[in-house]
Design a protein around this ligand. Structure first.
Ligand code: FA5
Length: 336
């Protein structure tokens, strides 16, 4: 019996390895491994054999089946390769896969949108360093040492005089020091505060500063420009609120809120259950600032504003956590 099985194995291996076409291979498979094959019959007849012979024949049958299965797979692969690949698994009618191309970060896109709106309103872009000195970040903005307003900016100091800028307002100072009015600029960029992050506060975020100085600039113009800007961004129907505020470098000052677009005014963690989200600080440039940069406050007036770019985008797309912008998780970035 064992001898016959060995003969069968030799014949089957030769048939599989030598098959010249899929049809020939299929015929060999049926003959040597099919239901009516000798090997299968030997399997089924095992139960009639005496115990010691049953064990030896059973082991031989199994070994030969495994070996033949391996030869069958190899022969199938060989014939498919010869036919130009696994023809059955390639569907040439499927549309191609679109390659993934990278995209701009939502903050970059928002900055570009803001710059384009303000360009339409006559503002040009100005930039400044991220590592600032005390004079430009605080003192020239009417925030002397020991002024309580410094507490509102949780600052990352590098050494006694240098720090990571806490807002974009130092760019106002640098611009005014370097040119004469009229000045109409926006200064977009990253700012840093030593804050405990939450849904609406980051320790790194983006601001965009605006400054317009000329003869006869008035508060009504500031309100008009900001209302126009927010209407362009969120649609004319957006509810805007001007709230009295305090900044040492503007007088009078205002905080500008819009209705929370996450909860539509009902209250949620992003708006701290108030229904409003603060987007901007603004006001008329304080005469002390003009003195610090060498402008005559009796001749010139001006307005300034500073807005949080991350929050602008959060309100555009209904994003409920500011920390998502800086985690670089593509599952988030692909959606917004
Ligand atoms: C300022 O930074 C002022 N320099 C703005 C200004 C400029 C006022 C010119 C007047 C004239 P404030 O700290 O409120 O102000 O920040 C301005 C905006 O930045 C806020 O309205 C808010 O939208 C955003 N912002 C402030 N802190 C954070 C934070 N931790 N995370 C994200 N956005 C913030």
């Amino acid at each position: 019996m064992i001898e016959r099985l060995k003969e069968l194995r030799g014949e089957a291996v030769a048939a599989f390895d030598g098959a010249a076409s899929p049809q020939e291979l299929e015929e060999a498979r049926v003959r040597y491994l099919g239901r009516k094959s000798e090997l299968n019959q030997a399997s089924r007849g095992l139960k009639d054999l005496p115990e010691d012979e049953r064990r030896a024949v059973g082991r031989a049958v199994n070994e030969i089946k495994n070996e033949l299965a391996a030869h069958l797979t190899a022969a199938t692969d060989r014939l498919e390769a010869a036919a130009g690949g696994a023809a059955s698994s390639v569907d040439l009618t499927l549309p191609g896969r679109r390659p993934w191309v990278g995209g701009k970060h939502p903050i970059t896109r928002t900055l570009e949108r803001l710059e384009s709106i303000f360009a339409g309103l006559g503002f040009e872009v100005a930039t400044g360093p991220h590592i600032e000195d005390d004079f430009h970040n605080f003192e020239a903005l009417n925030i002397p040492p020991d002024h309580p307003a410094r507490d509102m900016h949780d600052t990352f100091y590098i050494d006694g005089d240098r720090l990571l800028r806490t807002h974009t307002s130092p760019v106002q100072i640098r611009t005014m020091k370097s040119r004469k009015p009229p000045v109409r600029i926006i200064a977009p960029g990253r700012v840093y505060r030593n804050e405990t992050p939450d849904a609406s506060h980051g320790s790194e975020f983006y601001q965009l500063e605006g400054l317009y100085v000329d003869r006869g600039v008035r508060f009504g113009e500031l309100m008009g420009v900001l209302t126009k800007f927010l209407g362009e961004l969120y649609g004319e129907a957006i509810a805007v609120r001007f709230r009295p505020g305090f900044f040492p470098f503007t007088e009078p000052s205002t905080e500008v809120d819009i209705e929370c677009r996450i909860c539509h005014g009902r209250g949620c963690p992003v708006c701290k259950n108030t229904g409003w989200v603060e987007l901007l600080g603004a006001g008329m440039v304080d005469p002390r600032v003009f003195e610090a940069v060498g402008y005559d406050p009796d001749v010139y007036t001006g307005y300034a504003f500073g807005l949080g770019v991350d929050r602008i985008h959060m309100m555009m797309c209904g994003v409920n956590d500011i920390r998502l912008y800086h985690e670089n998780d593509l599952r988030f970035l692909r959606q917004v």
